[in-house]
Design a binder for this molecule. Structure first.
Ligand SMILES: [Zn+2]
Length: 420
């Protein structure tokens, strides 16, 4: 019954539009390219619990066009942030226009039959999906998706747009409309979309050591603290923040089952691999060269794909001063001005953060050039090597065993990358 009524509506619509075409054209609907901002009514809808902007746009069939995202922020007077408040109503980039009862083309003052046809299909889709309960021909409320009259030619899947032009990077799957990354572990796999500020930028994040090499070890409350595990956790938290902000990020050293961990004492294991499921060599030079090869291959591929902004960040927790408490050290690739600038900006960001925390002690982290293998032998335009402290030092341990502190370090590094 519903089906036959739909067909009937279609027939009426086609007939009516044919008449509309030959009849007098009414005053055209204001054209968005004329620089004026006509009075528009946008569709207003409440957000479901757990829904972020990509989910919401997906639900309303608007996710494939980037201009819908831009317009969403504009009409809601929001800063770019993909997290939405459940239960709050937002304007959607869908205009509600009074249908003139004749045709979509005469209603909107457009010539293109294909566009009118797609708008008609969109209104049918909305009815079929239960997004609306009325038929536009009966209630004269025509829904016009923003992209149809503004950017129909730029169909860019948002998921692709957010990973820039780079061919690879951490791969997400979509689970119930949310992006999910297995590498972050069960608890943190679902990754919110926060912004596209790092869109088109590529990051290679290397956590020091791994595989047969646990790095430096410390003792605390009867537990062994392995440097590679703590470096890994901070690195993973950083990668998650980067992809949340639209970057393409590569977690170079990978553990199949650790994910982001909230415990104070992270178990030491040896099952890490290098990107591409490569076995981590025991020999130090081979181990480092393997990482360099992977990074250099991707750097070349991504450069060829047009990515100019590529950065390597390596994280360790074994500063040399053993007994005294140490601060964060930033080493940059000798002779590389972009690397030096980034290292200095990271340090400045940390100084600001420490000042804000009104930490009783002064921050003494430093920036210097250092001839380290991973800085020398890699070809990324920017490379910074960070020592978060010394895993054998009691004060540094205190700073790293708490998950909030590990998250704070990742947040600060991400903030430095967002503001550089
Ligand atoms: Zn190390």
């Amino acid at each position: 019954m519903i089906h036959s009524r739909m067909i009937l509506c279609c027939l009426i619509f086609l007939t009516v539009s044919a008449i509309g075409q030959s009849g007098k054209t009414p005053a055209p609907y204001k054209n968005r390219f004329d620089g004026t901002d006509p009075v528009k009514t946008y569709l207003v809808v409440p957000v479901r619990s757990g829904e972020d902007l990509p989910d919401l746009l997906q639900r309303f069939g608007l996710a494939e066009y980037e201009c819908n995202v831009t317009q969403f922020f504009k009409i809601n007077n929001l800063k770019e942030d993909y997290r939405l408040k459940a239960g709050t109503s937002y304007k959607l980039p869908v205009e509600v226009v009074t249908y003139n009862g004749k045709s979509i083309r005469t209603t909107l003052g457009i010539k293109e039959w294909q566009v009118a046809k797609r708008i008609e299909e969109y209104n049918k889709f909305a009815l079929k999906e239960g997004l609306r309960s009325d038929n536009f021909m009966e209630t004269k409320r025509l829904w016009v998706p923003w992209h149809e009259l503004n950017c129909a030619e730029d169909k860019v899947p948002v998921a692709v747009a957010t990973v820039g032009k780079a061919p690879e990077g951490e791969k997400s799957t979509v689970v119930k409309g949310a992006r999910s990354y297995a590498i972050f572990g069960k608890k943190y796999a679902k990754t919110p979309f926060v912004s596209q500020k790092l869109k088109g930028k590529v990051y290679y994040i290397v956590s020091g050591h791994g595989g047969p090499d646990s790095g430096a070890q410390g003792k605390r409350a009867g537990h062994t603290l392995c440097e590679d595990e703590y470096a890994y956790d901070v690195s993973l938290r950083l990668v998650r923040l980067l992809v949340s902000n639209g970057a393409t990020a590569y977690m170079i050293v990978r553990d199949p089952n650790d994910g982001i961990r909230d415990e104070e004492f992270l178990a030491c294991d040896q099952d890490e691999t290098t990107w591409g499921d490569l076995v981590v060599p025991r020999d130090q030079k081979e181990r480092l060269q393997q990482r360099c090869d992977v990074i250099n291959d991707f750097t070349a591929k991504n450069a060829k794909a047009g990515v100019a902004n590529q950065t390597l960040i390596e994280i360790h927790v074994d500063s040399r001063s053993k007994d005294t408490k140490t601060d964060v050290f930033f080493y940059f690739r000798p002779g590389s001005e972009p690397s030096q600038k980034l290292a200095q900006h990271m340090r400045n960001t940390f100084v600001q953060k420490y000042l804000k925390k009104r930490s009783a002690r002064g921050y003494e982290g430093s920036v210097s050039a250092r001839n380290l293998y991973m800085l020398k032998e890699t070809t990324t335009p920017k490379a910074v090597f960070i020592e978060l402290g010394n895993i054998r030092n009691d004060w540094d341990q205190q700073r790293l065993v708490l998950k909030n502190n590990r998250q704070a370090v990742a947040n600060w590094l991400c903030e430095a990358l967002l503001t550089q």
